[in-house]
Structure formats: structure tokens, C-alpha cells
Design a protein around this ligand. Structure first.
Ligand SMILES: C[S@@+](CC[C@H](N)C(=O)[O-])C[C@H]1O[C@@H](n2cnc3c(N)ncnc32)[C@H](O)[C@@H]1O
Length: 315
């Protein structure tokens, strides 16, 4: 990909192959037939902690149409209750915890992408979704795109609750886009007049999209982790935002060492403007303080890696 230096591409791909190799070795040394059969292994996992701002429950025995039973067994279906009068429940299909497949790494290498969108839904997505719910007027009548959506919770919430004109829910990993499509299908009766489209969009390769220079609001959560994609992500945001009239990007990301600062430095170098905010929501801040003070529902919580800052970017 044009945004990568050769070195970072090599590092990313050798990391993926290390994980793949580990999976293969474990698989071939196992006598257990079911382990062999599935090729599914535990790999790096983020624990399922989070801010839990939007209530949900796991739907047991949910059978998804047109999904083969093998794939079904790797999935979990969540049902969110949105805190909005008359809102439908939101259905979200995702990978069950600790389920990875050898195919994941083949896709990663083929498409020069990571598998973080399949690993889990990250805590920042919940915060972004909560922020969108609390600021519905930003989106009303607007063209919106979520970048690096993962399973697409925030994009779906914008589509279901804000009367946006159209919402694109995008990712650069085709397996993730497949989940987005399934989640759009699962909620298709709840979008009112809003057009909702899943989209394969790999940052830096957006020349092919016909929505450049038409987007009012870009949203994204936890997409600044991989430094090698900072430049491409910024170019994508810049190309999507409207040149004429108001438009902005709303991002939530933990600081993660110098990662966010480096991203913001590149935003500035690109000629875009940005602001950051730490205390953007009283409830999120209250929960953050609880974790800092030892609420053990999120063990090892620390602000730098867990608390998302709000970043707003304009032309
Ligand atoms: C850390 S995950 C965050 C997913 C989701 N927003 C969340 O917070 O749960 C980063 C997401 O960005 C996507 N991604 C990574 N690099 C990308 C790229 N170059 N172009 C498009 N998407 C990318 C991944 O597939 C993944 O879904």
C-alpha cells in the first residue's frame, strides 16, 4: 500500500506470519480431533471490559439465516437496548470471544490489513456510539461515514436514531465488511428513511470511491493505533470531507503512548485543523474515575491505553 514504508509492511506481515505459525504448530501437535478440525485457537485477546454505556444482552440460540453451522458456532449475537424512545433493539453479530481462524491471517496478508476488527468490539466504539446517541443533531439530514468500523455499532446507531440522510459503514478488512453487511441486514427494518451501505474502504486506497468530497461527518473509534496507517487515514479523512461548507471528523482514541500525538502532528502537517477534549461527557468521565479508583470490573485499567480522547478534525 502506498502509505506504508517497506519496513513497516515487512514488520506487519512478519508479525502476522508469526501468529499464523504459532497457530499451525499448536494445531499439528494436538491429538484432539476437534482442535485439529477447527484450526481455531486462542490468540491475542483484549479482555471484554469496557465502559458499558449501552445496555445489551447475549442472544442465546440465535440462528442467523444463510450462515453455515460451522461459522455460526464461532459467532455471538448481541442485542442492544438503545436509550431512545421508540427505538428498535439493535442486533449485532460478531465473533465469539477467543475465536480466531487460520483464514483470518491469510486475509490479513492478502489485503495488507490487521484483524483487530474481528478480535472484539473495542471500548472506544461504545463511547463513540454513546456520543452519537447524545449528539443526534450533528447527524440529522447529513451524509455520514464510519471508518474502521469493526462490527459497526456506532454507524448502526447513527442510522437508527439520528435521521441521517445516508450512512456508510466501512472497513478495509473484507471479513469485517462481511459482518457489517450481516449487521446491516439484521437491522434493515429500523433505519427509517436513512440509506445504509456497508463499504469496503481501505485507507489510502479511496481513489476508487465516488463519495470523496461529499461527506458531512466522518466518525471512527480506535483507529490511530497502527502508526504505519496514520498518513493514509488522514488522507482518507481529508478526501472524504466536503471542501465547501461545514464538515468534520469525530474520532475517539486512547492516547496509547505517543501514538495519538504522532497522529495529531501529521493531521496538522496535512493542513487540517484539530481539537482534543478529555472531559467530553460526564457519564464517561464518571466511569473512568471509578476504574482509576479501583472499580475491579476493569482490572488493570489505566488511562493512557483505555480512556478514549475526543478528537475533532476540520478542513
Ligand atoms: C482497533 S479496530 C477498531 C474497530 C472498531 N472501530 C472498534 O472500536 O471496535 C481497527 C479497525 O480498523 C480497520 N483497519 C485497520 N487498518 C485499516 C486500513 N488501512 N484501512 C481500513 N480499515 C483499517 C480494522 O480492520 C479494524 O476494524
Amino acid at each position: 500500500m502506498e502509505a506504508n514504508s517497506g519496513k513497516s509492511t515487512t514488520n506487519a506481515s512478519s508479525l502476522r506470519w508469526k501468529i499464523l505459525r504459532r497457530n499451525l504448530i499448536r494445531r499439528s501437535s494436538s491429538n484432539s480431533e476437534d482442535k485439529f478440525e477447527m484450526g481455531i485457537q486462542r490468540i491475542s485477546r483484549k479482555a471484554t471490559h469496557g465502559f458499558n454505556l449501552i445496555p445489551f444482552h447475549l442472544m442465546k440460540d440465535c440462528v442467523e439465516e444463510n450462515v453455515n453451522p460451522m461459522d455460526s458456532s464461532r459467532n455471538a449475537t448481541l442485542c442492544y437496548t438503545l436509550p431512545v424512545t421508540n427505538a428498535s433493539q439493535l442486533i449485532l453479530h460478531q465473533r465469539a470471544d477467543d475465536m480466531a481462524h487460520l483464514n483470518d491471517f491469510e486475509f490479513c496478508n492478502r489485503y495488507d490489513i490487521d484483524n483487530t476488527g474481528l478480535v472484539c468490539q473495542w471500548p472506544s466504539e461504545d463511547v463513540l456510539a454513546h456520543y452519537c446517541l447524545s449528539h443526534a443533531s450533528i447527524f440529522r439530514g447529513k451524509r455520514v461515514i464510519e471508518l474502521g468500523s469493526g462490527y459497526g455499532l456506532a454507524g448502526l446507531i447513527v442510522a437508527m436514531t439520528t435521521e441521517a440522510q445516508d450512512v456508510f459503514i466501512s472497513d478495509g478488512n473484507p471479513q469485517v465488511v462481511d459482518y457489517i453487511q450481516r449487521n446491516v441486514n439484521a437491522n434493515s427494518g429500523s433505519f427509517g428513511g436513512t440509506e445504509v451501505k456497508p463499504l469496503m474502504l481501505h485507507w489510502g486506497q479511496e481513489k476508487d470511491t465516488d463519495i470523496a468530497n461529499t461527506v458531512d461527518v466522518v466518525i471512527a473509534s480506535d483507529c490511530t493505533f497502527f502508526k504505519e496507517f496514520h498518513g493514509a487515514l488522514i488522507r482518507t479523512i481529508k478526501s472524504l470531507l466536503k471542501e465547501e461548507g461545514p464538515s468534520e471528523a469525530i474520532l475517539f482514541s486512547p492516547r496509547r503512548g505517543n501514538s495519538l500525538d504522532k497522529f495529531l502532528g501529521e493531521v496538522k502537517d496535512s493542513g487540517l485543523h484539530f481539537s482534543t477534549d478529555e472531559m467530553y461527557d460526564a457519564e464517561v468521565w464518571r466511569r473512568h474515575q471509578g476504574f482509576v479508583e479501583g472499580d475491579d470490573s476493569w482490572p488493570n485499567y489505566e488511562m493512557d491505553h483505555c480512556y478514549p480522547l475526543l478528537v475533532r478534525i476540520t478542513r
